[in-house]
Design a protein around this ligand. Structure first.
Ligand code: ATP
Ligand code: MG
Length: 420
């Protein structure tokens, strides 16, 4: 128990943490190119926020949240996703008073009580963006383009961008009526969840993973075939912009974001390269959300979230290696106590000049120190012994070529800057 992390969580050790740093840096770099700035919000929020924003009828709220009462008897939930917090912070900090749109990105751990399996954990991590304050299809195109550039620069070439329109409150109402009529006829062959959703949120039945439901829903009417002119124009414009950017996409009628305030564009990005066919990124427009949780009326928003663990799996499946950038420039081998003491001055000077350097902390023999220097792949080894101390010099050994030379300590940094 003491030496086992809770089920569904994983340590990220130095064997992998450099990959995370690389992905985070790359994501920050791409966000910056597109003008998205970081929003950091608390790990926990009031439970009510997620109920309202993620939605009472979703799996997340119904089954997956880590909720508890704190010592002040507040209902608290560890964030299961990033949008709710970002949007709450947008309202609370009155970002709507600045020039719009507000373009935000976040990097955050998320918590969902799910059955752990490959690419599914209880604590996982998301990168996401939110563009708030524009209902123009050009921002939809921008959000998708940002995700595509991020994945492409990581080396994932065979991407499938699937887009759909989930309509708006106007066309949704007519469609929901049609859909309910259809579902009423099927009610005896559908699962309980689907029958329940039929009343509250019928479009969500399309998302049902139950194989029986999937077989029986093959001729289900889709929202996109019933959207109004306004939604049609929005979708057409989005496609036009994507074509202009040479972004390959397909229209997938089955993508749904089944809440009332989700509107128009919904999309997913799947990596088609060899290996797992999993959704790494999902996003969509949420035009009613901000108003729903108490923000200014009519504030639109669109965003996406991508799972970092799934992204790493996808990269692995595609044989895309991330190199560990860490290397030790210098290891200092010391012979005797006086030399060890002297090595600290040298270490300070080297590190102060941004040359990475290390010395022995285990009282190893000279031979063992050289072995260790080899093991950590130091580029050069510096030897300080009695002779060197007397002459204020050190022996510098190139670990690749085994070449050695004696260098004055006062000249060492200059010499190293030449060879490193
Ligand atoms: P799924 O259908 O796989 O459960 P989801 O619809 O719940 O996904 P979203 O809420 O859209 O996923 O979250 C965005 C991304 O976060 C997903 O595409 C996925 O990459 C990642 N993700 C979601 N849940 C988990 C989890 N439990 N563990 C790891 N990654 C996850
Ligand atoms: Mg899920």
């Amino acid at each position: 128990m003491l030496t086992k992390a809770p089920r569904g969580t994983k340590d990220i050790t130095p064997k992998d943490s450099y990959k995370w740093t690389y992905l985070e840096n790359k994501f920050r770099e791409i966000c910056d190119l597109f003008g998205y700035e970081e929003m950091r919000t608390p790990i926990f929020e009031h439970t009510e926020l997620f109920k309202r924003s993620v939605g009472d009828t979703t799996d997340i709220v119904q089954k997956e949240m880590y909720s508890f009462q704190d010592k002040g008897e507040r209902d608290i939930t560890l964030k299961p996703e990033g949008t709710a917090g970002a949007v709450r912070a947008f309202i609370e900090n009155k970002l709507y008073a600045d020039a719009q749109p507000t373009k935000l990105f976040y990097i955050t751990p998320c918590f969902r009580y799910e059955r752990p399996q490959a690419g599914r954990q209880r604590q996982f991590h998301q990168f996401g963006i939110e563009a708030i304050g524009s209902d123009n299809p050009s921002i939809d195109a921008e959000v998708i383009a940002l995700a595509v550039q991020f994945f492409t620069e990581l080396g994932l070439k065979d991407l499938a961008v699937s887009i759909n329109s989930v309509g708006c409150p106007v066309c949704r109402e007519t469609y929901n009526k049609k859909l309910r009529e259809y579902l009423d006829q099927k009610s005896s062959v559908l699962c309980d969840t689907c029958n329940e959703r039929k009343e509250k949120n019928p479009m969500r039945v399309i998302d049902c993973k139950n194989p029986t439901c999937q077989t029986n829903l093959q001729d289900v009417p889709f929202m996109i075939d019933h959207i109004c002119d306004d939604c049609k124009t929005h979708f057409a414009k989005l496609k036009e912009y994507l074509v202009e950017m040479d972004i390959n996409f397909v229209v997938d009628k089955t993508i749904v974001r089944g809440l009332d305030y989700y509107k128009k564009t919904a999309f997913e990005i799947i990596s088609n390269d060899i290996g797992a066919q999993s959704t790494v990124c999902g996003g969509g427009r949420y035009d009613g959300l901000i108003e729903q949780i108490g923000g200014p009326k009519g504030t639109s928003g669109i965003g996406f979230a991508l799972g970092v663990e799934r992204l790493l799996l996808t990269l692995e499946n595609n044989d895309i290696q991330i190199e560990n950038p860490h290397s030790t420039d210098i290891f200092i081998v010391t012979i005797g106590d006086a030399a060890k003491t002297k090595s600290f001055k040298l270490l300070k000077e080297l590190r102060g000049n941004h040359i990475s350097a290390d010395n022995d902390h285990l009282d190893r023999s000279v031979k063992a120190q050289f072995k260790y220097s080899d093991k950590i792949n130091a580029k050069f080894t510096i030897v300080i012994g009695d002779d060197e101390l007397e002459n204020d010099s050190a022996t510098l050994k190139n670990m690749k070529t085994s070449e050695q030379k004696v260098v004055k300590l006062s000249e060492l940094v200059k010499e190293l800057k030449n060879v490193l």
